[in-house]
Design a protein around this ligand. Structure first.
Ligand code: 3PG
Length: 210
């Protein structure tokens, strides 16, 4: 169940999706996003440094709600929980993953892109769903189509979302937030250009649902 996920989000419009190559970059990166107005962040488990970065952020920045992204299986969920992740995000869904997260009391944002996939997560008790890959799966038009049969479901569109289209997604009533890597471009993280990232976060945090 992900009943706690929207409370963790606390109205924040954008969930930054982060790829951290160097664990030492985690805290300054999270600080830049926090100062820019984005206190809820997703560190993807796509690098060997990700779990150490999550642990360091959790220890150094209690105001930041750090979750683990790209959580693909029960083992990932356990490693994320052990590192101190406050929530987990998956590009898709598997019941075994949901069970592992529930066992560890880790709120899960499961991914879905089709009606059948949304039904699978809704039947397992989830009401907030990552719509992934948002742009490739039809973008705003698909979200509007899903709003009819899934009136109680709120989505976090991610994948191909950026400054150019985040506002259009956030204007949809069934969108809780959007996710994306655009607020922390890999090149800026590599350069340790925290000022640029803080500026991108500030612009993203100013996006509001109309
Ligand atoms: C994710 O894992 O959520 C996506 O890789 C983010 O997609 P983006 O890089 O297009 O924002």
């Amino acid at each position: 169940m992900n009943t706690g996920f929207e409370q963790l989000l606390a109205g924040v419009p954008v969930l930054p999706v982060l790829v951290v190559e160097d664990a030492a970059a985690g805290v300054p990166l999270a600080t830049a996003l926090l100062v820019g107005g984005l206190p809820v962040i997703e560190v993807t488990l796509r690098t060997p440094a990700a779990l150490d970065a999550i642990a360091a952020i959790r220890a150094a920045l209690p105001q930041v709600i750090v979750g683990a992204g790209t959580v693909l299986n029960p083992d990932d969920a356990c490693r994320a929980a052990d590192a101190g992740a406050r929530f987990a995000v998956s590009p898709g869904y598997a019941p075994a993953l949901g069970a592992a997260c529930a066992e560890r009391r880790l709120p899960l944002l499961p991914g879905a892109a089709t009606a059948s996939e949304v039904m699978a997560v809704v039947n397992d008790g989830y009401s907030t769903v990552k719509f992934f890959p948002a742009e490739a799966a039809g973008g705003v038009a698909t979200l509007r189509a899903l709003a009819g049969p899934f009136a109680g479901v709120r989505f976090c569109p991610t994948g191909g979302v950026g400054a150019h289209n985040a506002g259009a997604y956030l204007a949809e009533p069934n969108v809780a937030c959007v996710g994306g890597s655009w607020v922390a471009p890999a090149e800026a993280v590599r350069r340790r250009d925290w000022e640029t990232i803080e500026g991108l976060a500030r612009m993203a945090a100013a996006l509001r649902r109309s």
